[in-house]
Design a protein around this ligand. Structure first.
Ligand SMILES: Nc1ncnc2c1ncn2[C@@H]1O[C@H](COP(=O)(O)OP(=O)(O)OP(=O)(O)O)[C@@H](O)[C@H]1O
Ligand SMILES: Cc1ncsc1CCO
Ligand SMILES: [Mg+2]
Length: 278
């Protein structure tokens, strides 16, 4: 798929189908930003449900059109819940989005992320440092063995994660989305840069987490690559619009949710993107 017009048409289809069908993408996600993830999923027209327990993860994997796993705040029960849910998703062919938040901290996080390699997440979404570190953990090109993640924040530029993102996408057969000032999305063959957003998005926690949840919503109706591009497009558009209306982070978050809700499919598809071959 190297035709920008075709990509834009598929983005329009994804946005409209979600608004028409209100699809469920269940989440196992961190307790810091859970509410923001759910509200962003609802604002784009999806349906949200958050769980912690192994049988409930399996239930959501089965009834939802896709799922979202975010590693932000691990609990002991996740040693059971996360691999169990990821295995069900993989074996039933359900798309799922992985956000490897804070990769490198703690033994359980490392162990779980290693296990996920076999369950091939349809979309890996993270900031540049997280993507580079995951490629390293999985022994792929473009990764580093030592994580450069500082807690949950990135210390690398989006472009530095290009090789790792491509290698991860080739491994999973899905898509990888690297967020930053400009977002990079790849399916292993094409690389798309999506522009927009606002510096305020670094001043409120959870824009990355909620972007992952919204990506899962679009993955219920579109390919992993189109889902990641649609989510990046609506985030960049809504972020740019919200920043034009407010002058501080708290009101930015509120305005951003309003702009997510108001964005039309055409405006999302027309948000600036540049396409290059790998
Ligand atoms: N300086 C910036 N300018 C424009 N957009 C930005 C900027 N920084 C981040 N964004 C946007 O914010 C969203 C989240 O990206 P970010 O890289 O901050 O995620 P993250 O570090 O995983 O966030 P969190 O872990 O707090 O949820 C993306 O849509 C990205 O495009
Ligand atoms: C701040 C924070 N700490 C663990 S998860 C999280 C949300 C952003 O990733
Ligand atoms: Mg993050």
């Amino acid at each position: 798929m190297d035709n920008k017009g075709e990509i834009q048409n598929q983005i329009i289809q994804a946005v409209e189908t979600v608004r028409r069908t209100n699809p469920l993408a269940g989440s196992i996600t961190n307790t810091v930003t859970m509410n923001f993830v759910a509200n962003a999923q609802l604002a784009v027209g999806g349906s949200a449900a958050m769980v912690y327990l192994p049988d409930e993860g399996e239930f959501l994997a089965k009834v939802g059109g896709a799922a979202y796993i975010n590693m932000g705040t691990l609990l002991p029960i996740y040693e059971e819940t996360l691999p169990h849910t990821a295995k069900v998703l993989y074996e039933t062919g359900k798309p799922w989005v992985l956000d490897p938040v804070a990769i490198g901290i703690g033994a359980l996080r490392t162990q779980l992320l290693q296990q996920f390699k076999a369950y091939k997440p349809s979309v890996v979404r993270g900031n540049a440092s997280e993507i580079i570190a995951l490629a390293g953990l999985w022994g792929l090109d473009g990764g580093t063995e030592v994580s450069n993640v500082r807690g949950v924040d990135s210390r690398d530029s989006v472009n530095a994660a290009k090789a790792g993102a491509v290698a991860l996408a080739k491994w999973t057969g899905g898509a990888v989305a690297v967020s930053g000032e400009t977002d990079l999305i790849t399916d292993g063959d094409l690389i798309v840069f999506s522009q927009g957003g606002s510096h305020f998005m670094e001043k409120i926690t959870g824009f990355g987490c909620s972007l992952g949840g919204v990506t899962a919503v679009y993955a219920t109706v579109a390919s992993p690559f189109i889902a990641a591009l649609t989510a990046a497009g609506v985030y960049n558009l809504a972020g740019k619009r919200a920043a034009n209306k407010v002058d501080a982070p708290g009101s930015f978050q509120v305005r951003f949710l309003d702009e997510l809700y108001k964005a039309t499919a055409e405006d999302i598809a027309n948000n600036p993107l540049e396409i290059e071959a790998v």
